[in-house]
Design a protein around this ligand. Sequence first.
Ligand code: ITT
Length: 193
Amino acid sequence: MKFVIATHNKGKVVEFKRLLEPMGIEAVMMDLSEPEETGTTFEENAFIKAKTACEETGLPAVADDSGLCVDYLDGAPGIYSARFAQPGKRRMTVLEKLKGVPEAQRGAHFVSAVCCVFPNGDRIDALGKCFGTIAFESRGENGFGYDSIFEQEGRTFGEMSNEEKDARSHRGFAFQEFEKKLKEYLAGHIEKA
Ligand code: ITT
């Protein structure tokens, strides 16, 4: 099975391949346009990205819309995680906004809404969340985006191996659900778009 990966984020590309290939999926990159994310939810934006890529390539397309929701910031940056501050300044912006905030009030979670659209219009949706806290400083070089400031049990995602992150991350959980639904879909249980 060949699926096109509908993302322009290099960190996500690496994770998509890592999570999709063990399912027997050939995950390919193509030159895709970048649709405007006009949705008001993670799910809507994931669908916009997957549908656009499927229409452009004629292949089943998988997208994820994801983000970091910080309790102290009333869930921000949320769906605006990629547009929250200038590139390179996003982690620091979160840390600055939480300056002086004690550990007990630094709760946060990541969300990943995965959407796969097939050329016949069928779609599969899956959602994953993972909970942790915002660290007091950036730590670790692995991963991408907010990984180095998102902590679980004393270590940031940036300090974890790929396997550790996948086993506990929002995207790891979303792709677990996706795999289950894909198997059901392929066995004939079709969800209509
Ligand atoms: P595409 O839309 O092309 O997929 P994007 O980076 O714009 O790329 P989103 O709109 O879904 O993707 O924005 C999600 C942002 O949330 C992303 O840019 C990261 O900063 C952050 N993010 C999502 N998943 C993450 C993860 O696993 N680790 C760290 N940061 C993550």
